[in-house]
Ligand binder design. Structure first.
Ligand code: UDP
Length: 235
């Protein structure tokens, strides 16, 4: 399958059309941004890590009954996926307080949460991806109630599967962000990526941060950490 015209370029990926209108090719870049694009940089090898890791996790989720956009990996950076219209929502799950949750509610990072917590952000860069609730989503027509119900069911399953999987790799799943898309025939499927860019992963033994916070917070060993996460996930 060959790339045709570029349809979209985001911060970390490009999306291309193919000869089949139902299939796209996503191509992962090494570009890294944080704080709504204010901090820019590059992480050598990140594109390949995120592509390969996402595909491993998506295959696992498919087995567990969560439909995903994955068709097949084409190369280290490129993957053939089902064409979808992405819902403009960042679906965030938190198992442990960190990042913006810690800041917003004044709880120390690393504080366990009484239950897995789901939140939505409205994907809109100009607004800085504001927090949004179900009523707001329905009022703005970003998704309908049936879509939201599906998204919640799949998201809970994604958390369970990923939490257990990463635990077997010596990694604690603190929080993560996923995105869903709608196929031309109206089905909701998991799209985008699952990677150290989109998950907070801490070493189970040492609590060392093994994710994009190394870039966001200038903690060093950024490239090495992305490679180390992929090695663990592959093992
Ligand atoms: N996240 C993401 N993209 C975003 C915002 C957040 O992938 O645009 C991920 C982030 O890596 C973390 C989780 O979502 O795993 C929760 O992030 P949070 O809301 O705490 O925001 P942050 O502290 O990263 O600004």
């Amino acid at each position: 399958m060959e790339k045709r015209n570029q349809l979209y370029e985001g911060k970390a990926k490009k999306v291309y059309a193919t000869d089949d209108p139902d299939l796209f090719i996503v191509s992962y870049k090494d570009d890294a941004t944080a704080f709504n694009g204010e901090k820019k940089g590059s992480i050598a090898g990140k594109g390949a890590v995120n592509n390969i890791m996402s595909n491993i996790v998506f295959a696992l989720l498919e087995e567990a009954g969560v439909p995903t956009h994955l068709v097949r990996q084409l190369s280290d950076r490129d993957t053939l996926v089902k064409a979808v219209r992405i819902l403009p929502l960042e679906v965030i799950v938190r198992n442990t307080a960190a990042g913006s949750f810690s800041k917003r509610y004044g709880v120390e990072e690393g504080t366990p949460l009484a239950q897995p917590t789901l939140e939505f952000s409205y994907k809109k860069d100009e607004l800085g991806d504001p927090l949004i609730n179900d009523d707001h989503i329905l009022a703005l027509g970003l998704a309908d109630q049936a879509d939201l119900d599906r998204v919640r069911i799949y998201t809970r399953k994604v958390n369970e599967v990923m939490k257990n999987f990463f635990e077997t790799k010596g990694l604690k799943l603190i929080d993560f962000k996923i995105e869903f898309g709608k196929t031309p025939d109206g089905r909701i499927i998991l799209a985008d990526e699952v990677s150290p860019d989109t998950c907070r992963l801490w070493d189970i033994e040492t609590n060392e941060k093994m994710d994009k916070d190394r870039f966001r917070r200038d903690l060093g060993k950024v490239e090495e950490t992305y490679q180390a996460v992929l090695e663990r996930v592959r093992a």
